[in-house]
Design a protein around this ligand. Sequence first.
Ligand code: RB5
Length: 143
Amino acid sequence: MIAIGSDHGGYELKQSIIRYFEEHQIPYQDFGCEAAEACDYALYGQAVANAVVSGACEKGIVICGTGIGISIAANKVKGIRAALCHDCFSAEATRSHNDANVLALGARVIGEGLALKIVDIFLNTAFSNEERHVRRINQLECE
Ligand code: RB5
């Protein structure tokens, strides 16, 4: 199950990604927002992050205008490793090296085609499980 959420800046791209999920029979849960009216990205970033750390969803996707505010919101939740990716190399590397569990996208930064490709890579790249990457991820979890 993939958790997805956005503010108004990411609403249209969220709907495109949901269409992609439906075309590919990928189960998802939409945490809002429900329309393109102005709203607050922190609430949606936190909702997606909480769904991932609770185990209800295996990964999350968060979208705002830049992807920055909503990625900061998600990363405030303990256990979340949210990666803001606007290129394919970063999307693959953050799964393989960082075991990122949330992908952040900026809908005002990249186009729909590239965003969908990044989503595809993010969802289909496994964590390498190499000792050095496991060690570094564990070092991220400070109290
Ligand atoms: C909303 O105008 C915009 O600030 C928001 O979508 C996001 O880019 C914040 O980081």
